[in-house]
Write a protein that binds this ligand. Structure first.
Ligand code: NAP
Length: 320
């Protein structure tokens, strides 16, 4: 072997080692946390052992209601929190009757001020809360440019930050002390795939969800040694009122299918798409960014969301 061939084979060996190292470092954990772990082993976290009660925000519909049902199925008593007292009472009776657990309700609007947390504190004092699901969140009516998105509702910017960010931090501040005191507890924060991929025309919504991911990540590092499990769940489309998707599909599952899948990742992944097709979607976008460039991926997403905006505006115009 001449000198050139020897150098080439050393460089080849280094390149293969780097690729192999990256596969071990990134691909194998991805496969474990999205496929093998949840599918083969399932979550090893015993939610019923965390405490008697689970508190779920935004729990009369969609993903929040599906979490409430799954937690009741595991034997936890529930505190459901949403705006409409009538809806809360109906859902509380439905879940209470089906699973034979006590269900309490609190009606608050998470776009309101700090006083709502005082009401929640008063009505939950003395409860042994082991699980908190920070699910409530609001989004745009349709994708829109930042400067235009607040025209229909002047309070939009304040409301979306209150419901999507303040709710998560304040509810965590309310319930984590009890969990830390007994050195066990689970906090599940519902973020969105929008918080981890480019999401123009929904920029305020996606930024609030990026906050949820970052907050959850750093909080988990702070409190892992105190026995607290914190998970940020990043759904893609789920067939709910918010997404306006009526017909479920593989890429937009029912909330029940989504939540069963997401709960299987608890204790396995701290940040998770929660559902394999949504994890694959994130992977495809990140792969496109890495291979074809970030700008290319952003333009691709911009085009798709801009088309959705046009369709929504056309529908609105027809209705008027
Ligand atoms: N659906 C999706 O495709 C999707 C994708 C990614 C992330 N997410 C996230 O998943 C979470 C749940 O979304 P979803 O699609 O399940 O929503 P949804 O079906 O519209 O349900 C929203 C729930 O929150 C309550 N709620 C809404 N605004 C509220 C407020 N201001 N104060 C108190 N409660 C309020 C609603 O009840 P009331 O109306 O009675 O108050 C309802 O129980 C959100 O954080 C959302 O950002 C959803």
């Amino acid at each position: 072997m001449d000198e050139n061939s020897r150098v080439l084979s050393i460089l080849g060996g280094i390149a293969i080692s780097i690729v192999g190292f990256q596969i071990c470092r990134k691909v194998l954990p991805w496969i474990y946390s999205n496929m093998l772990g949840p599918q083969l082993c399932g979550s090893s976290v015993n939610l019923a052992k965390m405490g008697d009660w689970a508190v779920i925000t935004g729990s009369t519909d969609g993903i929040g209601k599906a979490y409430a049902r799954e937690l009741a199925r595991k034997g936890l008593k529930l505190v459901l929190i949403s705006r409409s007292l009538d809806k809360l009472k109906t859902v509380a009776k439905e879940i209470g009757d089906e699973f034979g657990v006590e269900v309490r309700v609190i009606d608050v609007d998470f776009t309101a001020g700090a006083e709502i947390y005082e009401k929640i504190r008063e009505q939950t004092t003395g409860l042994d809360v082991g699980v908190l699901v920070n699910n409530v969140g609001i989004s745009y009516d349709h994708p829109e440019y930042f400067l235009d998105c607040c025209q229909a509702d002047p309070k939009f910017l304040r409301n979306i930050v209150s419901a999507n960010i303040h709710s998560v931090t304040h509810m965590t501040a309310l319930f984590m002390p009890g969990m830390v005191a007994k050195r066990k507890g689970v906090i599940i924060n519902i973020s969105s795939t929008a918080g981890v991929i480019p999401n123009p025309l929904l920029s305020v919504y996606s930024s609030t969800k990026a906050f949820v991911n970052k907050f959850s990540d750093d909080l988990q590092t702070e409190y892992k040694s105190k026995g607290i499990i914190i998970q940020s769940v990043q759904p893609g489309f789920v067939a709910t009122n918010m997404s306006k998707i009526r017909k479920p599909s593989v890429f937009a599952p029912t909330p029940e299918t989504y939540v069963k899948s997401a709960l299987a990742t608890l204790g396995i992944a701290t940040q998770t798409a929660g559902y394999l097709p949504h994890a694959l979607l994130q992977l495809v976008i990140h792969f496109t960014e890495a291979v074809l460039g970030e700008q290319f991926a952003r333009n691709l997403v911009l085009k798709s969301i801009a088309d959705t905006r046009k369709r929504a505006l056309r529908r609105q115009a027809k209705q008027q």
